[in-house]
Design a protein around this ligand. Sequence first.
Ligand code: BDR
Ligand code: CA
Length: 318
Amino acid sequence: PIPVIIDCDTGVDDALALLFAVRHPGLDLRAVTCVAGNTDVDGVVRNTLTVLEIAGAGNVPVARGAERPLLEPARSARHVHGDDGMGDIPGLPAPTGTPVEADAVTLLRREILASPRPVTLIPTAPLTNIALLLRTHPEVAGNIERIVFMGGAVATGNATAVAEFNVWHDPEAAAILLTAGVPITMYGLDVFQRVVVPGTDVRRLRASAEPGARLAGELLAHRPSAPDPDGDDPHGGLGDAGAVCAVADPAGLTTELLPVEVSLAAGPTRGQTVVDRRPRPGESELHGDTRERQLVDVALDVDVDRYVKLYLGAVEGV
Ligand code: BDR
Ligand code: CA
């Protein structure tokens, strides 16, 4: 299996991502690190431990990371993820386990360097921990296969008109990631918002006798997507879990290698991922723009049915 580490801000859809990573036989979840984002970092740690324990993966090490972005204040997303940061689902148990003593950056370094195979990092949250890791321990880059992050957008944003929440929450951290020279896949809003589980599947999950599958159903029910074009069948978006699907099954994603930069300016573009989609043959046509920019595999299209099937197959164990 592919060794993976998830850096998250659990988070309704981060929880969906964790459930999938634990269950997919092609993935080996080595550690989970937590960062402030959807809720405060202690809430993220609590939610992450609870999800892993329900999924029967209480042995996966969990570490507490940054409690605020590099420059910005922490700004929670309670309006999306509820007061507890995970949908306020009734009856969720408090975790019995605790995070490891090491902080997130230390655990990331340790697990990356100890892995016999290069690790795939999957950040589904503001990129504060990842930026601190890359700056503090640049030697980890040698044992990172790829960083597949949920964040950014080619087109429209969600936190602002042009900025996606994870990048907008800590734009400087995202800029550090996007100039680190590590292979990167950007699983942005353009694909993130499209992978939606039909209502019939959500209802089946909610009725499951298996605790992990049932939790996935509850979480999906908390994430009704845009109004159902076929009527009033409620259904739910996989969100961050789609980025983990992209690691398990990269062929379901259509990407293009493009220059990406983060806007760090104050004002309406702050946190925007500026994706350069100009045709590139004959570089001289790029009037005036001669800066070196890192190329990123930007997700432009996704096979929705394939990822929904992949997700359900893993979480329901079929
Ligand atoms: C991202 O923001 C968070 O609210 C979600 O968990 C996801 O990672 C989407 O913009
Ligand atoms: Ca998230």
